[in-house]
Design a protein. Structure first.
Length: 230
């Protein structure tokens, strides 16, 4: 007996090695397969499912030693799926030959409820520092999960709410304020028209109509120098 393809890993975490011994089945043309789990730390009972190309499926539950016995396997290639609580893995392309014993490789298992590298589904990685709880990524206390980032909702990308981005308008220094984004002006400028889209558009350090502050007009003949009429 041989494995037609390498182990088809569906859930990844804790490696287990299996051996499959085959003998003649109780009926002509069938096979009895005994499977042994090579990972003593795994707690039985386990359940093994067999699904062949004809769409028929059988299942068996392991005994205290972690061994299975599946009778009346039809000729051909089939898949074996192993389950224990929320852990599962599949080895595909197993071909059983009566009278032979073969190591069918490693199968790796994970708990989708708690694995931060496969949280909820295969390949779903939690952000650095986050944990996986009941199949969902969870950030440490005081942080919020925004997309694939744990944040304190005090940065320019996530200011007080996920995806609330503080854009950089002209002549502004964006920051995340106590309640929302704030846009203090660069020194020497001011937002005199109240339109955020053009930022701090007025040069109050040299504008005679807005000298030092919006609406502060210098007297005729004076200039605005360093925000002062002179």
């Amino acid at each position: 007996m041989k494995s037609a393809t390498p182990a088809n890993v569906t859930r990844l975490r804790q490696a287990a090695r299996w051996r499959l011994a085959a003998a003649r089945g109780p009926r002509p043309g069938t096979t009895r397969a005994s499977l042994t789990l090579g990972l003593p730390s795994t707690r039985p009972p386990w359940r093994a499912h067999r699904d062949n190309s004809g769409g028929r499926a059988d299942s068996a539950t392991s005994g205290p030693g972690g061994a299975f016995e599946v009778n009346d396997l039809p000729p051909g290639t089939f898949d074996l799926t192993f389950e224990a609580q929320e852990q599962q893995g599949t080895i595909a392309g197993i071909h059983v030959v009566s009278g032979q014993t073969t190591d069918i490789g490693e199968i790796n298992l994970t708990d989708f409820r708690a694995d931060p590298n496969h949280c909820g589904t295969c390949g779903t990685r939690c952000p650095p520092g986050a944990s996986c709880a009941y199949g969902r990524c969870a950030c440490p206390a005081g942080l919020t999960l925004c997309g694939d980032t744990c944040t304190g909702l005090a940065d320019l990308e996530h200011c007080r709410a996920c995806q609330n981005r503080c854009a950089a308008w002209p002549n502004t220094i964006p920051r995340c304020g106590a309640q929302d984004c704030a846009f203090p002006c660069v020194a020497g400028t001011a937002d005199c028209d109240g339109r955020r889209i053009n930022g701090c558009e007025t040069q109050i350090d040299r504008d005679v109509s807005n000298c030092g502050a919006c609406g502060n007009i210098c007297a005729p003949g004076l200039r605005c120098v360093d925000s002062r009429c002179q």
